[in-house]
Design a protein around this ligand. Structure first.
Ligand code: HEM
Length: 312
C-alpha cells in the first residue's frame, strides 16, 4: 500500500484500520452499506453465471481467458480515462487512487504476454463490452456523480475475489507462477486488500450526498453488474463455439454449430492473420470438424464398396 494511503489511514478524521474494524455502528444510510445490500442480488446472479461458475472450476480455455482480458482492457481504459477526467470533482476525488487501483497498465502487460508485441492490432472491442463502455463514458461526461458506482463495482470486486481467480487461472492455463498473464489480479501497491477495502468504504461513506443521489448510485452499481454479466454471457457463447481443445498457435477447433463467420473469436483471429500457416495444423484442425469427418467417412465407405465389388 502506498504511503499516501497509509498516512490517510492514520489521520484521525479518516479512522485507523483498527478503529474501522471495531466500528460496528455501520449506519443503514452509509453508502457502503447501501451498495453492499442493494447489489446483493446482482452479486449472486453474477457469481452464478455459467462463465463465472466454469471459471471457478478451472474450466476456462486459454483463448477465452485471452478474450476476457481483452474485454477488461477496453473496460478499464474507459473507466480510468473517465476517472482521470473527474479526479477533481468533489463527488469523486476521495475515491481517486490511481497508484493503488488502476488496472490498465497491468492489463496491457497481460495482453502483450498473450498476443505478443503487436497486440494492439490483434484485439478488438466486443459488442457487450462496447455497451458497457458507452455507459461509463456517458456517466463520466454527463452524470459524474454516478462514476463512483462503476469504480465500486469493479475495484471492490477485484480486491475481493482476485487472489482466488488468479490461482485458478494460473493452474488451469499452466501460466508461470511468476505472474505473467495475470498481472490484472496483482495489486502491487496494496499490501492488505481487506484493509484497503475498509478504507475505501470509509471514503464512500464520507461523500457528501443526499438520499436521492445515494439511491441513484446504487441503481447505477446494479447496472454495472448487469453490464458485466452481459460480457460474461457473450464470452460464454464464444466459449461454446470453441471446441474442447484449442491448439496453441494453430486454428482453434470449431464445433461446427452456427455460422463460423459470426464467431467474434474467429473474426479477431482471422482478422489479425494470427492463424498458423502450417499445413499439418490446418489439416488436423479441419479433421476435427464434424462436417469434414462426415465427408471423409462417406468417402471411405464408397472406396470400401468399390474395392469389395472389384475383389468379388
Ligand atoms: C467469481 C465469482 C465471485 C466470487 C467468488 C466473489 C466473491 C466475493 C466475496 C467473498 C466478497 C466479500 C468480500 C468482503 O466482504 O471482504 C465479494 C465482494 C464483492 N464482489 Fe464479488 N465475487 C465474485 C464475482 C463478482 C463479480 C462478477 C463482481 C462484479 C463485476 C463482483 C463484485 C463485488 C463487489 C463490488 C464486492 C464488494 C461488496 C461490498 O463489500 O460492498 N464480484 N465478492
Amino acid at each position: 500500500m502506498s504511503s499516501d494511503v497509509t498516512e490517510a489511514l492514520e489521520e484521525p478524521e479518516n479512522l485507523s484500520y483498527e478503529e474501522l474494524e471495531e466500528d460496528d455502528n455501520v449506519s443503514a444510510t452509509d453508502l457502503s452499506e447501501l451498495l453492499k445490500e442493494g447489489t446483493k442480488e446482482s452479486h449472486d446472479r453474477a457469481e452464478n453465471t455459467q462463465f463465472v461458475k466454469d471459471f471457478l472450476k478451472g474450466r476456462i480455455k486459454r483463448e477465452l481467458f485471452k478474450l476476457g482480458t481483452v474485454a477488461l482492457y477496453f473496460t478499464y481504459s474507459a473507466l480510468e480515462e473517465e476517472m482521470e477526467r473527474n479526479k477533481d470533482q468533489p463527488g469523486f476525488t476521495p475515491l481517486y487512487f490511481p497508484l493503488e487501483l488502476h488496472r490498465k497498465e497491468a492489463l496491457m502487460k497481460d495482453l502483450e504476454y498473450f498476443y505478443g508485441e503487436g497486440w494492439r492490432e490483434k484485439v478488438q472491442c466486443s459488442e457487450a463490452t462496447q455497451r458497457y463502455i458507452d455507459r461509463i463514458r456517458h456517466v463520466g461526461q454527463h452524470e459524474p456523480e454516478l462514476l463512483v458506482a462503476h469504480a465500486y463495482t469493479r475495484y471492490m470486486g477485484d480486491l475481493s475475489g482476485g487472489q482466488v481467480l488468479k490461482k485458478v487461472a494460473q493452474r488451469a492455463l499452466k501460466l508461470p507462477s511468476t505472474g505473467e498473464g495475470v498481472q490484472f489480479y496483482i495489486f502491487d501497491n496494496i499490501s492488505n486488500p481487506q484493509q484497503f477495502k475498509q478504507f475505501y468504504r470509509a471514503r464512500l461513506n464520507a461523500l457528501d450526498l443526499d438520499k436521492g443521489t445515494k439511491e441513484r448510485i446504487v441503481e447505477e452499481a446494479n447496472k454495472a453488474f448487469e453490464f458485466n454479466m452481459q460480457v460474461f454471457e457473450e464470452l460464454d457463447k464464444i466459449g461454446a463455439l470453441l471446441a474442447e481443445e484449442t491448439q496453441e498457435g494453430g486454428l482453434p477447433v470449431h464445433d461446427g454449430k452456427g455460422d463460423l463467420r459470426k464467431c467474434p473469436y474467429y473474426a479477431t483471429k482471422l482478422g489479425a492473420a494470427e492463424v498458423s500457416s502450417c499445413p499439418c495444423h490446418v489439416a488436423l484442425a479441419l479433421l476435427k470438424l464434424p462436417t469434414v469427418q462426415l465427408v471423409l467417412a462417406a468417402c471411405v465407405a464408397v472406396a470400401a464398396g468399390v474395392v469389395a465389388w472389384y475383389v468379388m
